[in-house]
Ligand binder design. Structure first.
Ligand SMILES: [Zn+2]
Length: 55
């Protein structure tokens, strides 16, 4: 595989990745969270959002 093709593929995947991350953020913003976890962190059962509680 030539470098140019690989770079094109990387850029394509980066674009897709940022789109997917944006989609997750949008879902998590709209979610009525249902958290489960322990004293260190909790995770929403619906959207997988994680809150760290212990620093
Ligand atoms: Zn949630």
């Amino acid at each position: 595989m030539e470098v140019k093709k690989i770079e094109e593929e990387i850029n394509r995947l980066k674009t897709q990745l940022s789109f997917l991350e944006k989609s997750i953020n949008e879902i998590q913003e709209k979610c009525e969270h249902h958290f489960k976890g322990n004293q260190y962190h909790e995770k929403c059962m619906k959207c997988n959002k994680v809150n760290v509680l212990y620093y």
